[in-house]
Ligand binder design. Structure first.
Ligand code: M6R
Length: 579
């Protein structure tokens, strides 16, 4: 994942681009760069390493002095390497051979080798190992061939047609000092609208300091941007108008708000995020899912359900599967989106496919959605980012309203996905008449209390921090739970791996003894999640098994499971929840 930002019009482009890149640093940070116009020259400054290195280079060469260099148009990029090591040369922007075009690109060009071979035969010289550089040369190639209908616009458009893969890109040209072109295919791109200026970026936080008026480009869109105009063309090259959305998050919502990093900030936002998911939808003991009103006749006929997603969102899907089967008594299956289309899934027009995604842009999830639709299934998306590809392509959408999730490690998005899945389960159970009103009310009441319960769970943070500081040297950590707690263990284990680089595995309580217990040795940390009283005795036996091999056991348990205290070395108490 990389981040791109671009600006044209009445703004001092260099600091605005830098600021935008800093907001996108979460998308990648092994190198960064800017390109802008000085007279009829394209100037490129790019540096390996964090954006501060680029900022220093720009400062040293005077580009941050508006009186000396009143730059009004430019493009920027922050990179996370896929083709070619992180280096100054491989950093974006990339120049065409004649240095008249500069390009920034997010995505992967799958036919890069063929294009590179073709261009080299035509005499183009490559300066980097990136796939993205072919785009700059291709544009020069077609521009030289006299693409004149809309001049360089045509050259860029024809070049796009040669690309296989995904891209969001921004291009500037020495011959067109007042315009920049942007295009997207399977990579996100938005446009920020200002007074006598426009910006483009991979994500909304990059422009929020300047404007909250946003256009979300659709797949295949290309736009020609200048100070006072933003002309958008769809995949067929037809001029189209796309609606301006007013974003309600302020800049602060997209920043760290005094927390040390985004992940801890977003963990603390979980109570509020879950409140935003649930409270407008639970009114007077009833579930209000207006989004699903038009779907009611078709929902009645649903026979089976798939929940399809990647990573954390998949783990939310595993919980959803168990909830649906338990409460709705219909067959449900959680599937990895990256496997779904290769497994010939049993999907037909009586199937409901629930796709789950924070970003709404994950390609495997999007591909699963398309496959499900092509087989006649009804597709319901649970998505955080409004206007994203998945939100647009699904038949129905439940937005989680978690606000921007900047941290790559998903936290509040996961909690809100669980909240949305719980609500959806109860909605379906009610619709299918497999739950009585009294039970429904009890569950809804419990769901409404969730934000407070999450806040209460966060009060254990000092104990958690102390425990973590005693175990940060662990080589391997096991998470164990049964049924719903096993699904939580899967997500916990992913989070530990992703954040601490410590090897970890999640096991169902009864499964460890079938081989893997051989890896438990003196001092191995086993974290046991226990929130379901009817399974606590089983978990106590499993804990005894690992303790005989010398494991150190941390129990994370609710008061209703506190009899497990006796077998744990340390316990973190969770709030009392309905189970
Ligand atoms: O945006 P999505 O929810 O579709 O992303 C899917 C996964 O890449 C994502 O959940 C990932 O596993 C988490 N960010 C890891 O913390």
């Amino acid at each position: 994942m990389c981040g791109i930002v671009a600006v044209a019009g009445d703004l001092f482009a260099v600091p605005v681009l830098l600021e935008g890149l800093k907001k996108l640093e979460y998308r990648g940070y092994d190198s960064s760069g800017l390109a802008f116009l000085q007279g009829d020259q394209v100037i490129v400054e790019k540096k390996q390493g964090r954006i501060v290195h680029l900022e220093q280079a720009l400062f040293d060469s005077g580009w941050l002095d508006e009186a000396m260099h009143p730059v009004r148009l430019g493009i920027g990029h922050t990179r996370w390497a896929t083709h070619g090591v992180p280096s100054d040369e491989n950093a974006h922007p990339h120049l065409s051979s004649d240095s008249r075009f500069a390009v920034v690109h997010n995505g992967i060009i799958e036919n890069e080798s063929e294009l590179r071979y073709f261009l080299q035969k035509q005499g183009f010289t490559f300066r980097s190992q990136t796939d993205s550089e072919v785009i700059a040369h291709l544009i020069e190639f077609y521009y030289g061939k006299g693409c004149t209908r809309r001049d360089w616009f045509d050259a860029v458009q024809v070049a796009m047609n040669d690309l296989t893969g995904s891209y969001a890109l921004a291009v500037i040209a020495a011959d067109h000092p007042k315009q920049l072109l942007v295009a997207r295919k399977e990579s996100p791109l938005i446009i920020g609208v200002g007074d006598h200026w426009h910006m483009a970026a991979s994500d909304i936080p990059a422009v929020l300091n300047q404007t909250n008026r946003i256009i979300i480009l659709e797949d295949g869109d290309m736009a020609c941007i200048s100070a006072d105009s933003c002309q958008i063309y769809d995949v067929l090259g037809q001029s189209v108008s796309r609606e301006i959305t007013l974003i309600e998050w302020d800049c602060q919502a997209a920043e760290k708000d005094g927390y040390e990093h985004f992940m801890i900030k977003e963990i603390h936002e979980e109570p509020q995020a879950v409140r935003q998911t649930l409270s407008p939808r639970i009114v007077n003991g009833e579930i209000i899912l207006k989004e699903l009103q038009p779907a009611l006749p078709k929902l009645q006929a649903i026979e089976s359900i798939y929940l399809v997603a990647c990573g954390t969102a998949y783990h939310a899907g595993v919980v959803g599967q168990k909830l649906i089967e338990h409460c709705c008594r219909r067959r449900a299956q959680a599937d990895l989106a990256s496997e779904f289309r290769y497994s010939d899934p049993l999907v037909d027009d009586n199937t409901l496919v629930i796709v789950i995604s924070q970003s709404g842009e994950t390609l495997d999830t999007l591909a699963a959605l398309r496959l499900a639709k092509s087989r006649g299934a009804m597709v319901l998306a649970i998505v955080n980012v409004a206007g994203s590809s998945i939100a647009r392509e699904a038949d129905y959408v439940i937005h989680t309203h978690a606000g921007p999730e900047i941290s790559v490690a998903s936290t509040k998005a996961y909690s809100t996905q669980l909240a949305a899945l719980s609500l959806l389960t109860l909605y379906l159970a009610d619709l299918w008449k497999v739950i009585d009103r009294k039970t429904l009310r009890i569950y809804l009441d419990a769901l409404s209390q969730l934000p407070e319960k999450i806040s209460a769970a966060l009060t254990a943070k000092d104990q958690i921090q102390r425990f973590a500081s005693e175990h940060f040297n662990a080589r391997s950590v096991f998470f164990m739970g049964r049924y719903l707690d096993y699904a939580l263990a899967m997500e916990s284990s992913l989070k530990l791996k992703e954040i601490s680089y410590i090897h970890s595995e999640a096991y169902a309580g009864g499964e460890l003894k079938h081989g893997t217990i051989a890896l438990i040795e003196e001092g191995t940390l086993v974290i046991c999640i226990m929130t379901q009283p009817h399974l606590v005795d089983k978990m106590i036996s499993n804990i005894r098994e690992v303790k005989t091999r010398g494991a150190v056991v941390l129990g994370m348990l609710t008061p209703a499971c506190q009899k497990a205290n006796a077998v744990c070395d340390e316990v973190i108490m969770l709030p009392d929840i309905h189970s």
